[in-house]
Design a protein around this ligand. Structure first.
Ligand SMILES: [Cu+2]
Length: 71
């Protein structure tokens, strides 16, 4: 199960690192792949994770979730 999280506010590889770490700490997230150019992160999930968890983690890291879609 994979989800694509659309994120505003990332501007460099430093941001990519922050977002990767923030999402990677969520229980159920197996892997994180951040695409800086397309402003999104794809997460591979071991079990369902509430979208609120992604929003909270991204918020805390200082960025903004503008959409989440199943892929
Ligand atoms: Cu940055």
């Amino acid at each position: 199960m994979k989800k694509k999280i659309l994120i505003e506010g990332m501007s460099c590889q430093h941001c990519v690192g922050h977002v990767t770490e923030a999402l990677g700490e969520i229980c159920g997230v197996k892997s994180v792949n951040v695409d800086l150019d397309n402003k999104n992160a794809v997460v591979d999930l071991a079990h369902p994770v509430d979208d609120v968890k992604f929003k909270e983690a991204i918020d805390e890291a200082g960025y903004e979730v503008v959409g989440i879609e199943e892929i």
